[in-house]
Design a protein around this ligand. Structure first.
Ligand code: THU
Length: 130
């Protein structure tokens, strides 16, 4: 039993709502606020392809729009091996709102890995750069 089990379960749950008819690649994410609230997100694709939004960003935007600030972990769940890390755009957004949090990658078979954001996103551009 990991301290992140609840966060992984929330990402799995959100993944079930994925709208991924184009890639058929279903992704769930869950973000834990320091308030204790957990926000799930799934990928939401679009016929134009380019308007697709990743699960991680959906979770972040849900939390921010609910007034949350300050997060201590984010999880990403898919059904593949190797595990799925956040894309570049999501790394930028995770850094903006969460900073150096643990990123918990997991799949449906129970494989799990925790990677600190500073390793996934070295040399970030952020508000300290201007
Ligand atoms: N995707 C995510 O939702 N998160 C990731 O970390 C990687 C990619 C989605 C976007 C698209 O709907 C599908 O996966 C294939 O790229």
């Amino acid at each position: 039993m990991s301290e992140y089990d609840k966060l992984i379960a929330a990402a799995k749950q959100a993944r079930q709502n994925a709208h991924a008819p184009y890639s058929n690649f279903r992704v769930g994410a869950a973000l834990r606020a320091t308030s204790g609230r957990i926000f799930g997100g799934c990928n939401v694709e679009n016929a134009t392809y380019g308007l697709t939004v990743c699960a991680e960003r959906v979770a972040i935007f849900k939390a921010i729009s609910e007034g949350e600030r300050g997060f201590d972990a984010i999880s990403v769940v898919t059904d593949v091996d190797p595990l799925t890390p956040p894309c570049g755009a999501c790394r930028q957004l995770i850094w903006e709102f969460c900073g150096d949090v643990p990123v918990i990658l997991a799949n449906l078979k129970g494989k799990m890995e925790v990677i600190p954001m500073r390793e996934l996103f070295p040399k970030p551009f952020d508000s300290s750069n201007f």
